[in-house]
Design a protein around this ligand. Sequence first.
Ligand code: ZN
Length: 622
Amino acid sequence: MDDRAERRSGGSGDAELDDVAVGIGKADGGGVGGGGFADPADFAGELGDGGVEVWDLEAEAEDAAGAAAADAFAEAGAEFEFESREAVGAGEAGFVDQAGPVRRNEVEAEDVAIEGGGGVEVADVHGDSNGGEGDGAGGGHGGFYRRRGRCGGAGGGTLCPMPNLIIINGRVMDPASGFDKVADVAVVDGRIARIGPKLARKHAERVIDATGCLVVPGLIDPHVHLREPGNERAETIATGTAAAVAGGFTSVCCMPNTTPALDHDAMIEYIYTRTDRTGVCRVFPIGAISKGRKGEELAEIQLMAKTGAVGFSDDGDCVASAGLMQRALATVKVTQRAIMQHCQEPTLTKGATMHAGAISTRLGLTGWPRVAEELIIERDVRLNRGIGCGYHVQHMSSAGSVDIVRRARAEGQPVTAEVTPHHLLLTHEAVMGGGGGQGLRGYDTTAKMNPPLREPSDIAALLEGVADGTITVLGTDHAPHSMADKELEFDAAAFGIVGLETALPLYIEALVTPGVIGWMRLIAMMTTEPAKLCGLDHSGLGQLAVGGPADITIIDPGQPWTIGKETIKGRSRNTPFVGRKVKGLAVATVVNGVVRHDVRRGHEAVESPQMKLGKQKVGVSG
Ligand SMILES: [Zn+2]
């Protein structure tokens, strides 16, 4: 089920409980069944952002189940939960309370008047009720809404909203809605309950002061390697997600080049199961395009999509066969996911270890030419012209590639592209060493990447691509390797660097500080854009919406720090950025309402209660 909260933006008529952003629930007692809880329920809220709009919604609830459950609601001092789901039109809402059985209630809502326009919903949540011996209250909202409140004593009282968490005084930036102002964010049971100025914080279980910080949707990385199963000495889902939250990421998409590869539905299920058991952020698997990533036969793409694969890639290797690629594009198109291509024509890059240029010549290393990337993009764009599958270029490195993607997008083709921090900040000269990495001077293996670091002219083109919207997605290509795989002679060393904990400040340095893009666009490229690419936007991820999942990242934009090996939480520490002075830090990361990282309290990932973060929670389905 897609539990994303649909939001009402205007109109009147039959209300959909489903659509009420946040409401005041008022339950008058003496209703049906002799219990304290009854009807009608009033919902009221405010739509704010440039003027406050208020609407009233009256709903009638008819108790279908009788007095027993109602009594539980009326019991003074009882704590209860209210849950409504799938209320459409004059629909149904289920009321759940801790003390009794589920009651099904017919809810008919009428008399809705919404004045004014849209904007971000900012609403008050509180309620009171009068009924029998005690008070009940409820808020109606979203496809899934849950509120826990403590009822007042006998004879009437006010429901106290009890946020689990309230983030105060931060500059709340949400690219999805354009909201950008200083506000508080209240979180209840894993969902964002309210966004607004000066929210009551008295009863919050925890308050995070975000003064001077940005409060943004949890960052999403569409390209990581978690190495589980098969290479757990380099990284695991546990250590990789710990690195993710330390870097401000609340969702990561893991590539299928594990051992065995993620090439059938049981492997996709495995990633979700392992994440539920050991992960501290959401992990969404990318399924392999070909069986065993061998590039010969299509993998079980449909089944994997149904099981929750959010995209398809043979990353680490290119789908070199044009025939297979054509079938893959047609097959993946049906799943409405995207193909993510690692663009590397293999016959042009045999034995290649770095960019083909002056430095590879000087060092006597085999070069990886730009054209090997460009050819594949050009070919795939042409193959896809009559098919129209979502096509995503991973870790783009060459100036020529930017031109090809720009043209394809101008034609209206569904083509997207991503860059990584290292391709924006480093050139092939990093292989000469001096970046603080390991390896002999002249053969710094921490600078060995695939695709390779290129030249200043490529960086300039990539930056232009970001600035003009050709490149829309920022990834990390987080590629952990154990020292044993990296501290080898250059030809034998593994490709790639870790990136989850350093991406944010490096992107700030590459893109925001020089004015290539502003903060809002940076956040969009790390939230809404990757969410769209992987279909996670349907689950409310990548945005800050009242009623949506409480995945939130708090960024101190000016915090200076130095990247050090000892600061890295992941299992591997292979990066040429060690020793670099950077600015900007994810100071806190909230996943599904749980604080998973808070620099002021030390890292909390390990101590936090485990919460199921699997696909059911965010409504991923085939
Ligand atoms: Zn790759």
